[in-house]
Design a binder for this molecule. Structure first.
Ligand code: FPP
Length: 238
């Protein structure tokens, strides 16, 4: 796999781009609290930033970006918060359906377990995937009801179900939701941990952390992370 093969488009200043970036959208709750507002207010602002940053990934020509939107553990949050997040996913999907042009050339996939999601949301997710699958822009993976360990277990189980008796690394790589290794993981909000995100794909990821809370994350922050990535000397254990 040619990790450094993609040249930037004319508008960008990057000569080396990560092929696949992972973004942990963290800090919505703290951002809202600072403003004396409920956590859900932060998630609403965070959803707008998700749209802005996915468009910027498209403009930069990044091949694949995975956004951590809802983990398998997030079901334990207060029901009102879970409901708000589900309704933000639905609004995004309805908006995308009503105005296919608005998402430019982006392809959208939802990665994670469909079990537990409402039938309506599952139908909208399936439709969005179908409607955008022939595009050739950035592949935006929205990780919803996602857990890295659960992803690996489910990949292994599907391989066993297909009749495999001995499983290789290549087999698992081809059975996880996002098949490409992740080159760069971005986590804002001051936390410096992986939180069960892309465990398999992050084996050789570079990490970029920042104190900015997700609702304040801008294109400039993405550019800072990419500029830092350009300078990293990746040896993949060699
Ligand atoms: C973690 O921050 C963030 C989440 C659990 C939700 C992330 C979801 C979004 C930004 C909305 C995405 C929307 C679409 C349409 C994909 P936190 O709330 O735990 O922050 P805290 O650590 O400050 O409490």
């Amino acid at each position: 796999m040619a990790l450094f093969s993609k040249k930037t488009e004319e508008k960008t200043e990057f000569t080396v781009l990560p092929r696949h970036i992972g973004i942990i959208m963290d800090g919505n709750g703290r951002w809202a609290k600072k403003r004396g507002m409920p956590r859900t207010y932060g998630h609403k602002a965070g959803a707008e930033v998700f749209k802005k940053i996915s468009r910027e990934c498209g403009r930069l020509g990044i091949e694949e970006a995975t956004f951590y939107a809802f983990s398998t553990e997030n079901w334990k949050r207060p029901q009102e918060e879970v409901d708000t997040l589900m309704s933000l996913f639905k609004d995004y999907l309805l908006e995308a359906k009503a105005d296919m042009e608005a998402s430019g050339n982006l392809r959208v996939r939802f990665v994670g377990e469909r079990d537990g999601m409402s039938e309506e949301l599952i139908r909208l997710m399936d439709e969005a995937e179908e409607n955008t699958k022939d595009r050739n822009g950035t592949l935006i993976n929205v990780a919803v009801n996602y857990g890295g360990r659960q992803e690996i277990v489910s990949a292994v189980n599907s391989l066993i179900a297909s009749g495999k008796t001995e499983i290789t690394e290549e087999d698992i790589s081809s059975a996880v939701y996002t098949m490409a290794d992740c080159d760069l993981i971005i986590r804002p909000s001051g936390e410096e941990r992986l939180s069960n995100f892309l465990l398999w794909q992050a084996a050789y990821s570079e990490f970029w952390f920042s104190d900015v809370l997700w609702p304040d994350f801008s294109e400039k922050d993405l550019h800072l992370a990419l500029a830092e990535f350009e300078k990293r000397n990746r040896r993949f254990g060699a």
